[in-house]
Design a protein. Structure first.
Lengths: 312, 422
């Protein structure tokens, strides 16, 4: 892959988490966060006239593309505001408003595996990649794309595999994923998304006033600038796995050759796919002494959810 | 496309003596690369009524993209942990220029792409490269899970000279020897890229074939010139596939069919519990330390949980104690082979429209679907789904959302999950 040049345009996909119940617990209000995000978007657009923008919003039930909007809504002209800022600001704000109000009106739950405080994050990220793919394929010059996810909701364990697929697809396409988590505990899935794709994982101070500043300093830089910047380092992310059988963190584990389930000790039958194993492991003696760690105080980032994985 | 994509005739004994051959054996776009005398690409482009060539260029682009393959979407057991030997013909026959710039250059370029794609799709699998020339077979790289080793060996200039005749038997024997120590829970495969119509063997290749069958090695080949009976028989009897490449693009498609893991058919395949290490990333060292794999100094690395040596990339095998080192996401990456995404169905114009735009990328549908298809040049592949150059709609059978062709291909080849279903 070629090196990024200073003149190359960027494509930014902003994914907004507008899960009403998750935001209701946050000390930072949606309105406040949105205001700061809009300022950030304007700053991004002002950096380079060729910069391209897509805004997606997702909640528990649906995922919508807010900008570019599919139909042209008429927005009254305002001579004091730069044309593009106004269009983006108005469509994003009205789109989020309609999603927040629409969510309450909806009855019935089509997504059974998703709980109240969770968001369809893998759907949003998949659609974001489709958008990026379309723009990159449709432009002759090189476009460097990245994603910024404003996340408030918790991880949905059901989404683990699809999210991983998305993350690896992003890595192949050279898309950076920046994560801005505004509230609650660390999202282990999104942490991995940032780590694998080379983006930043930011946990915003709960007061929220610093969000804009953090975004401006870390996420505004394009691929070219990031090469010379020193990004805030994350604390070490643990890629160790949890075994399916006892939910222990293992550093030497046994993996079923058929379904890749992870176990901490030898078993005659795989509990996930019912495969019977032939016992041919010669190296087990040396490993069993140090194979299983005691429950680590910090939960492993890697496969908290893999344990809840069911093979149909 | 009859000859390039599928085995030419079911009847093996049928030999076509007539050089011209029946017309339907030729590809739709003019047949094999060696049959073409000149590439007159400018002849294809004709101005339309308004004197513009834009529409025809768009049509050609659409046709190229339309090579949407229908994939096997059954949830079957696949050998996720693979051991593949890539055999490359380095005889003088590879110097021919029917593939641009030469056969060997085209092959090496494809092999580079293949290695990258192979390790991307099969992160916990292994590969080895064998070259054959002068009647001998030479192992360029041993079975290893690190793509850099293989790419480095292919780049090495000394590995690029061509000489004499190839020896398929020697190459297969060497491959079998390499695969012998591969554990039985993994698949054993050989992928050959061959440009010669002959093989110069020291013994009876039929015996090698029997040995291959006993060792459960699956042999697949991509031939650059024509079908050779003995090559095809080896592939057929070991459960592999034999293809003849028409041109560079076709060769890439055929070679890349070996990237997704093949289904397990053999009843003898065993399942094992594989011991694997999940190393911790160490990046807070105060002084740089060398890694055991490349002996380069660095701050960042992964510590093998068994022998505490430092390796610089994952997944790999620990160079000191041989433990396979992976991270949990690498295991997750192989899941999409086990649960493939369903093929989308093309929406015919009579169906009810569900989405006003493409559900993936938000592209607006080109207005009347029928008109678009009619306006495009009538060169769509027979049985290829129709649609011609028109921007077709494809619907996911599970979530009933519509996608454009771009997104359909992207979802199945790169993303591996449907945005509507997740």
């Amino acid at each position: 892959m070629s090196e990024p040049l200073e003149s190359d345009p960027s494509l930014l996909v902003v994914v907004l988490d507008v899960n009403a119940s998750a935001w209701s617990k946050s000390p930072l209000t949606v309105g406040n966060a949105l205001q700061q995000m809009v300022i950030f978007i304007n700053a991004y657009l002002a950096l380079k006239p060729e910069n391209n923008l897509v805004v997606l919003a997702a909640n528990k039930r649906e995922c919508k593309c807010l900008y570019p909007a599919d139909r042209t809504t008429t927005i009254e002209r305002d001579i004091r505001v730069y044309e593009q800022f106004r269009v983006v600001d108005a469509t994003v704000l009205s789109g989020v408003q309609s999603m927040l109000s629409g969510a309450e009106a909806m009855v019935g739950d089509p997504n059974l595996g998703i709980e109240e405080g969770q968001t369809l994050m893998s759907r949003a990220l998949s659609r974001a990649l489709c958008h990026i793919h379309r723009v990159v394929e449709g432009t002759k010059s090189k476009v460097w794309s990245r994603m910024l996810v404003l996340s408030a909701a918790d991880d949905a364990p059901r989404e683990y595999i699809s999210l991983m697929n998305t993350i690896f697809a992003a890595q192949r396409m050279g898309v950076l994923i920046d994560i801005c988590k505004v509230f609650g505990g660390d999202s282990v899935f999104l942490q991995q998304a940032a780590e694998i794709t080379g983006g930043n994982y930011l946990k915003v101070d709960t007061n929220g006033e610093s969000m804009l500043q953090t975004l401006m300093f870390t996420c505004l830089a394009d691929h070219y600038t990031r090469e010379v910047l020193v990004a805030p380092t994350n604390e070490t992310i643990d890629f160790r796995a949890t075994c399916f059988c006892h939910k222990r963190v293992v550093d030497i584990g046994y993996v079923c050759s058929v379904c890749l389930s992870i176990f901490c000790e030898l078993a005659p039958v795989c509990s996930t796919c019912q495969t019977k194993f032939s016992f041919r492991i010669a190296r087990s003696e040396s490993a069993q002494s140090n194979g299983v760690l005691k429950q680590s105080p910090k939960p492993a980032a890697a496969t908290v959810a893999m344990s809840s994985l069911t093979l149909s | 496309m009859a000859k390039g994509n599928k085995e030419p005739a079911d009847d093996e004994d049928y030999i076509d003596i007539d050089d011209t051959g029946p017309g339907d054996l030729k590809g739709a776009d003019g047949g094999y690369a060696w049959e073409e005398e000149y590439k007159r690409s400018w002849d294809v482009i004709q101005e339309d009524a308004s004197g513009s060539i834009q529409s025809i260029v768009l049509g050609i682009n659409d046709q190229l993209r339309h090579k949407r393959r229908v994939r096997d979407t059954e949830a079957i057991q696949r050998g996720i942990i693979r051991h593949v030997v890539l055999i490359i013909d380095q005889s003088e026959n590879m110097n021919l220029r029917d593939l641009m710039p030469t056969r060997i250059q085209a092959t090496l370029t494809m092999a580079n792409a293949f290695i990258g794609e192979y390790f991307d799709q099969n992160p916990i699998s292994q590969l080895s490269i064998i070259a054959t020339k002068d009647g001998l077979a030479e192992k360029l790289t041993d079975l290893s899970g690190n793509p850099m080793d293989h790419l480095g060996a292919l780049k090495d200039k000394a590995n690029k000279d061509l000489a004499g005749e190839p020896s398929l038997q020697n190459a297969l024997e060497l491959a079998m020897h390499t695969l012998k120590r591969a554990p039985t829970h993994g698949s054993r495969e050989v992928v050959c890229v061959i440009g010669s119509l002959t093989t110069c063997d020291p013994g009876d290749i039929a015996q090698t074939l029997e040995a291959l069958k006993t060792a459960q090695v699956r042999v697949s080949m991509v031939h650059l010139a024509a079908e050779v009976h003995v090559f095809k028989r080896i592939c057929k009897e070991t459960g592999g596939v034999f293809y003849v490449a028409q041109n560079e693009d076709n060769m890439k498609d055929l070679l890349f069919e070996n990237v997704p893991p093949p289904p397990i058919v053999s009843a003898k395949a065993t399942s094992d519990m594989i011991q694997m290490g999940f190393p911790i990333k160490a990046n807070n060292a105060e002084v740089p330390t060398p890694c055991v794999c490349h002996h380069e100094l660095g701050f960042v690395g992964y510590i093998c949980p068994r022998c505490k040596s430092k390796v610089c990339t994952l997944p790999t095998d620990c160079d000191v104690c041989g433990l396979p080192l992976v991270s949990a996401p690498h295991l997750a990456r192989s899941y999409h082979h086990l649960f493939p995404e369903e093929n989308f169905k093309e929406v015919v114009s009579g169906d009810m429209a569900v989405d006003s735009t493409c559900f993936g990328c938000g592209a607006v549908w080109a207005e009347p679907l029928v008109a678009a298809a009619a306006a495009a040049p009538d060169t769509s592949e027979p049985g290829g789904g129709g649609g011609g150059g028109g921007p077709g709609k494809y619907r996911c059978p599970r979530c009933k959302h519509d996608y454009c062709l771009e997104c359909d291909i992207f979802i199945h080849e790169t993303l591996h999950n449907c945005p509507g279903c997740v």
